[in-house]
Design a protein around this ligand. Structure first.
Ligand code: ASP
Ligand code: MG
Length: 410
């Protein structure tokens, strides 16, 4: 009997009927001959509701108390799931993160998993139980309850799959899989059968809804992750280490896997700062201290000892970032600070693009032919990224999707 770890997201558990529906799917997987560990998220948006409740009693809820409160959301869905399975005549037991052996550090609200001790889960499986585990939570050495960061039930599931040596971690959600582009922007976007971990990390951190920490865990512990819909039986997308090996053997192949877009982008330029050691540090340290993450950074070649420093932040962070930067810019004797709030990021993602010529130039030519101006460019081993105007990002994504023939099957 193979061991299967499954995870069901909050929207798939939003009410009693959906919980019963998911219980039916879990039971069916057991009938297929599997031992099942199912990780569940909190029902619907109850995590947000708990936060609002905390904010009604306190301006600054303590992180420790908030984590205990938040952990109750997943406890509700996991106990209800166990009851639903029991009422179908199945043996099932619910376990909190602590009971399931999820040990974490003490970073309340964003704790990292230190270790998984699966003894209890294994014992319950041996007793013939379906084991339902509350996602998103763990416990410190001092037995304090922690949560693992928003959306982190995925992380719980992949960590358990790794700790239990499961062959695959199945994540069931409200989308049918990972797409070649955001289907809301690109009508021809196609569901991928498979994708590599590295490629998925780029897509995850560039918009596609999937917790990047769970992908990283899958990559490190080599746990394939299947993403599929919790409704219907459409095959989903398999994220795994060998994905890029599959295309017909040969070197001539399309290396572009997908187009990632992010419309929450703003740009700040600090003009004419003196080019000397320590400038970048004194500019970016205060931003880091304020918890503002900076993405693309470009420092121009200096002219007569002065240089411009341009970088992007989330548009939603722009007002805060400008406050911080203006103060520092004055201290650094810069000529001023300018910003642009209406930008977007578009990336062409695929393993091996770096080793084949022409991908970058094709991207730039395609944007040019569509009259789309490029504001900034960066590249990594598996990605070419351009900053463009937010108004044109859908046109850009559609043009690139068709130019790289992503509508064609794998
Ligand atoms: N319930 C938590 C959240 O909404 C964790 C999760 O859904 O994965 O962030
Ligand atoms: Mg949730």
């Amino acid at each position: 009997m193979a061991l299967l770890v499954q995870k069901y997201g909050g929207s798939s558990l939003a009410d009693a009927d959906r919980i019963k529906g998911v219980a039916g799917r879990i039971a069916a997987a057991q009938d297929d001959g599997h031992k099942i560990v199912a990780v569940v998220s909190a029902m619907g948006d109850s995590t947000d509701a708990l936060l609002r409740l905390a904010q009604q009693v306190s301006d600054r809820p303590s992180a420790r108390e908030l984590d205990v409160l938040w952990s109750t959301g997943e406890l509700v869905s996991c106990t209800l799931m166990a009851m639903a399975l029991q009422s179908m005549g199945r043996r099932a037991i619910s376990l909190s993160g602590a009971q399931a052996g999820i040990r974490t550090n003490m970073s309340f609200g964003n704790a990292m998993i230190a270790d998984v001790e699966p003894a209890r889960i294994l014992a319950e499986l041996d007793r013939g139980n379906i084991v339902i585990v509350a996602g998103f939570q763990g416990v410190t050495e001092a037995m304090d309850v922690t949560t693992l960061g928003r959306g982190a039930s995925d992380t719980t599931a992949v960590a358990l799959a790794a700790g239990l040596g499961a062959a695959v971690c199945e994540i069931y959600t409200d989308v049918t899989g990972i797409y070649t582009a955001d289907p809301r922007l690109v009508p021809d976007a196609r569901k991928l059968e498979e994708i590599g971990f590295e490629e998925m990390l780029e897509l995850a951190s560039y918009g596609a809804k999937m917790n990047p920490r769970s992908i990283e865990l899958g990559m490190v512990y080599d746990v394939p992750i299947k993403i599929a819909s919790s409704l219907g039986d459409e095959p989903g997308t398999l994220i795994h280490g060998g994905a890029t090996m599959k295309p017909s053997v040969g070197e001539i192949r399309n290396r572009v896997r997908g187009i990632a877009t992010d419309t929450n982008v703003a740009k700040i330029t600090v003009l004419g700062v003196v080019d000397r050691p320590g400038i970048a540090a004194s500019l970016f340290e205060p931003l880091a201290n304020e918890g503002i993450s900076v993405d693309i950074i470009v420092q121009n070649a200096s002219v007569e000892g002065a240089t411009d420093m341009t970088f992007t932040v989330k548009r939603t962070d722009l007002p805060h970032a400008l406050e911080v930067v203006s103060t520092v810019a004055t201290e650094l004797g810069s000529r001023g600070v300018v910003s642009d709030a209406d930008l977007a990021k578009i990336s062409v993602v695929g393993t091996g693009m770096q080793d084949a010529p022409g991908y970058a130039s094709t991207m730039f030519r395609t944007l040019a032919d569509n009259g789309i101006n490029i504001e900034m460019i960066t590249t990594s081993e598996i990605r070419i990224t351009c900053i463009v105007s937010k108004d044109r990002v859908a046109d850009a994504a559609t043009a690139l999707h068709s130019r790289f023939q992503l509508e064609k099957p794998d």
